[in-house]
Design a binder for this molecule. Structure first.
Ligand code: FMN
Length: 232
């Protein structure tokens, strides 16, 4: 299985919690025999969709623009067996860079194709399955509701798993490592399960989303962190 991961965090790989969760997941996928590569969207020039519908009307399946989407990313997406779309939560949904990428996949759809209600009218024969992966700062799993709805509506049956980890900034806090380790183990297991079974076991998902500490403690520690100027 050939996995392509797209990480839309603007942060460097040592700081990004999307990267931490993504690479832990990919470790499991590789362990189960997949070949996985990560591309960082921050390193690519992706223009906004022009909304001209040339990719539907004049040059079906092809965008009129010339940038890294048309030169590289579009083809790389189609070549993968599984794509992991990894975006941090910004303002309760996917971040702008990931949205930019997704909007430029419009040429992959064919408005003339008749498909069952809710399915995506794919233009191309072979489409990758998709794993959505995200992290957020707050400690409520509901923070991923809008993102989940977006991915389910846009990807329909192509979406095979959603890996969402709240309280992500605490994953690298040394004092939390005892409760963090089972989460990381479950993320690795999720990577294995996607490769072996094409889905993630509900128990594995529960382990991924388990709380690291009571919400009032998380809230207090977060306030102390910001009050310390980001040093604490
Ligand atoms: C502009 C911005 C908006 C954010 N909005 C939310 C939000 O709505 N809910 C939340 O829980 N965290 C929010 N966060 C926190 C990030 O999701 C969190 O820091 C996450 O670890 C960032 O992922 P990264 O480390 O891979 O960049 C926001 C962060 C930024 C910079």
């Amino acid at each position: 299985m050939n996995i392509l991961a797209l990480n839309s965090s603007p942060r460097d790989n040592e700081t990004s919690k999307t990267e931490l969760v993504l690479q832990t997941f990919l470790t499991g996928a590789r362990r189960a025999g997949a070949v996985a590569e990560t591309l960082y969207l921050r390193q690519y020039k992706i223009n906004h969709c022009l909304g001209c519908y040339s990719c539907w009307l004049k040059t079906p399946g092809k965008c009129v623009q010339k940038d890294d989407m048309t030169e590289t990313l579009f083809d790389r997406y189609l070549q993968a067996d599984v794509v992991v779309l990894a975006s941090p939560i910004y303002h309760a949904t996917l971040n702008a860079r990931m949205k930019l990428f997704v909007e430029r996949t419009l040429p992959m759809m064919d408005p003339l194709k008749e498909v069952p209600e809710g399915a995506v009218p794919h233009r191309f024969e072979k489409m990758p399955k998709v794993v959505a992966l995200s992290v957020c700062g707050f400690w409520e799993q509901s923070m991923f509701d809008a993102m989940s709805l977006t991915w389910r509506m846009c990807l329909a049956g192509d979406l095979i798993a959603e890996i969402y980890r709240h309280s992500a900034e605490f994953l690298s806090v040394p004092e939390f490592q005892v409760t963090v380790q089972p989460v990381l183990d479950a993320l690795t297991l999720a990577g294995e399960e996607v490769v072996r079974f094409g889905q993630v076991n509900p128990e594995t998902m529960s382990a991924i989303t388990q709380p690291l500490a009571p919400p009032d403690l998380m809230a207090r520690l977060a306030r102390e962190f910001w009050a310390s100027g980001g040093e604490g």
